[in-house]
Write a protein that binds this ligand. Structure first.
Ligand code: GLP
Length: 233
């Protein structure tokens, strides 16, 4: 694992931008993208740059079940607002949260992932070390699944909703097995409340109880962290 320490999210966004730029120069075609507050400074850098993704593919990690693409809390909407409006891709895939047929929604997404092998997968991390929405206990060889969000994740994400009851309880998430197939992985974490998850990711045992710990077994992982997220290393 390559660890890059940065001062804050602004510097982290610039470092992450360099990695995206390098991937483009190395002819990456498929970019795995993430939501949450963490990638925002990267998306700002990409949005104001002259990089061109108009012949590239993006594949997002996850989406809430029950929210359609126009819902302002959906990850579809988040991606449009924070990146795709400024930087369109040839084709952008996000799991279809409006499809309540779990089997169809997940197998359709697996087909998309199989047809578009990931060159670079961007990851944030949950306080409990979840990646995508793969909560502790998720299988390391998993493909796209419907997952029940843990209370810790609901608590962390309720800030984006008017009331806690509005936070969806389920999501469709790319599985850890699919994430691990990406040629390159970039994980970013900022802030004190990610410090324990980061310490466990880098130094802890590889266990399904710490979903991100599997990254220790991937040959090409870069982790960008600020001082607060690095404070338990
Ligand atoms: C959500 C997303 C994850 C993200 C995590 C952390 O649960 N499904 O992909 O990494 O939140 O979010 P934040 O970056 O806002 O801390």
């Amino acid at each position: 694992m390559k660890i890059i320490r940065v001062k804050d999210a602004n510097e982290g966004g610039k470092k992450a931008f360099e990695i995206f730029n390098e991937a483009l120069n190395n002819n990456a075609q498929v970019f795995g993208l993430a939501t949450g507050s963490t990638p925002i400074t990267l998306y700002q850098e990409l949005s104001k740059s002259n990089l061109d993704f108009s012949d590239k593919i993006s594949v997002n990690l996850d989406e809430y079940v029950g929210l359609d693409a126009d819902n302002e809390q959906s990850y579809h909407y988040f991606m449009k607002k924070n990146l795709f409006n400024a930087k369109p891709f040839k084709k952008s895939y996000v799991p279809d949260g409006s499809n309540l047929d779990e089997k169809k929604a997940t197998s359709d997404y697996d087909k998309i992932i199989d047809e578009n092998p990931l060159d670079l997968q961007l990851l944030g991390i949950g306080r409990n070390a979840h990646i995508g929405f793969n909560e502790p206990g998720s299988p390391f060889d998993g493909t796209t699944r419907k997952v029940a969000l843990t209370q810790s994740t609901i608590d962390a994400n309720k800030r984006f909703f008017e009331k806690e009851e509005d936070v969806p309880k389920f999501a469709y998430s790319m599985g850890i097995g699919s994430i691990m197939k990406s040629k390159k992985i970039l994980l970013i974490a900022y802030g004190e409340d990610k410090a324990e998850a980061i310490a466990n990711t880098i130094n802890g045992p590889v266990t399904e109880e710490v979903p991100s710990s599997i990254l220790q077994n991937h040959p090409d992982v870069t982790i960008i962290i600020d001082e607060a997220a690095a404070s338990k290393l």
